[in-house]
Ligand binder design. Structure first.
Ligand SMILES: Nc1ncnc2c1ncn2[C@@H]1O[C@H](COP(=O)(O)OP(=O)(O)OP(=O)(O)O)[C@@H](O)[C@H]1O
Length: 210
C-alpha cells in the first residue's frame, strides 16, 4: 500500500538525510522516531506528496506518487492520503462540519461519513461550533476527522500528540489506530513522544544527516 524506496533528500547539498526504506501493507502501522531535526517532518511531507525527493520513489496503492504532477498529484492526494499536521491545519472561522465538508468537496467524496466520524471522535456536540472556539485537544480531533473524512488509503500524522495531555494523547493514538484498522489504511506516525512509542511496535529511526 505504501512503499518508499531509495529516497534521497537534502535542503543543502552537503547535508543529505539518511532515509530508511518503508514497506507497509494495507492496515499496517509504522512509527517514525528520531531526534529533533533528524528529518521526520521532511520524510512525512515526501510520503504525503508535498515534497518531491531528489531521488527514489514513493508508491501508494500501485501509483508512483511523483510520476504525477500538478493537479493530478493534488487529486490523488485528496483521494488517497489523509495528513494530520503538527499544528492543526483547519480553517478557524468555519465550523467543524464545514471543515469536514470542505475536505470531501476537494476529494470529490460524499458527506455520508461525517456524522459517524464526529461521534467516534467524541466531538458531535461541537458540530456547529466555529473551530476557533475549540480547545487544542478538540481542534486536534477535528483535524483527525478531516484527514479521515475521505477514507484515505494512507494516513500520515506528524507529532499528533505534541500539544495534548496524557489522557488526550492516549485517546488520539487509539483513535488513529482504530480508524486506520477500520479503513484498512496504512498508518504512519512521526513522533518523539515517549507516550506514543508504547502503542505501535513497528518502528524505524530517522538517521539524521549523513
Ligand atoms: N524548507 C527548509 N529549508 C531548509 N532547511 C530546512 C527546511 N525545512 C527543514 N529544514 C531543516 O532540515 C532539518 C530537518 O527538519 P524536519 O522538520 O524534517 O525535522 P524533524 O525531525 O521533524 O524535527 P522536529 O522533531 O524538531 O519537528 C532541520 O535541521 C531543519 O532546520
Amino acid at each position: 500500500m505504501l512503499e518508499a524506496k531509495n529516497l534521497e533528500f537534502y535542503y543543502q547539498k552537503n547535508q543529505p538525510f539518511k532515509i530508511p526504506d518503508i514497506h507497509l501493507k494495507q492496515g499496517e502501522q509504522l512509527l517514525i522516531i528520531g531526534k529533533s531535526g533528524s528529518g521526520k517532518t521532511t520524510i512525512l511531507n515526501m510520503l504525503g506528496g508535498l515534497l518531491k525527493p531528489i531521488k527514489g520513489e514513493i508508491i501508494i496503492d500501485g501509483t508512483s506518487l511523483y510520476s504525477l504532477s500538478g493537479a493530478k498529484l493534488d487529486k490523488f492526494r485528496g483521494k488517497n492520503i489523509g495528513i494530520i499536521f503538527q499544528k492543526p491545519h483547519i480553517l478557524a472561522p468555519l465550523t467543524v462540519e464545514e471543515n469536514l465538508k470542505l475536505a470531501n468537496f476537494f476529494s470529490g467524496k460524499s458527506n455520508s461519513k461525517i456524522t459517524g466520524l464526529l461521534a467516534e471522535l467524541g466531538i458531535s456536540e461541537k458540530r456547529t461550533s466555529k473551530v476557533n472556539t475549540l480547545s487544542e485537544g478538540e481542534a486536534q480531533r477535528v483535524s483527525i476527522a478531516r484527514a479521515l473524512a475521505n477514507s484515505p488509503k494512507v494516513i500520515l500524522a506528524d507529532e499528533p500528540t505534541a500539544s495534548l495531555d496524557d489522557a488526550n494523547a492516549a485517546n488520539v493514538v487509539k483513535l488513529l489506530k482504530e480508524q486506520a484498522e477500520k479503513f484498512k489504511a496504512a498508518l504512519v506516525i512521526v513522533t518523539h513522544d515517549q507516550r506514543v512509542k508504547d502503542h505501535i511496535a513497528n518502528q524505524i529511526t530517522m538517521g539524521g544527516l549523513s
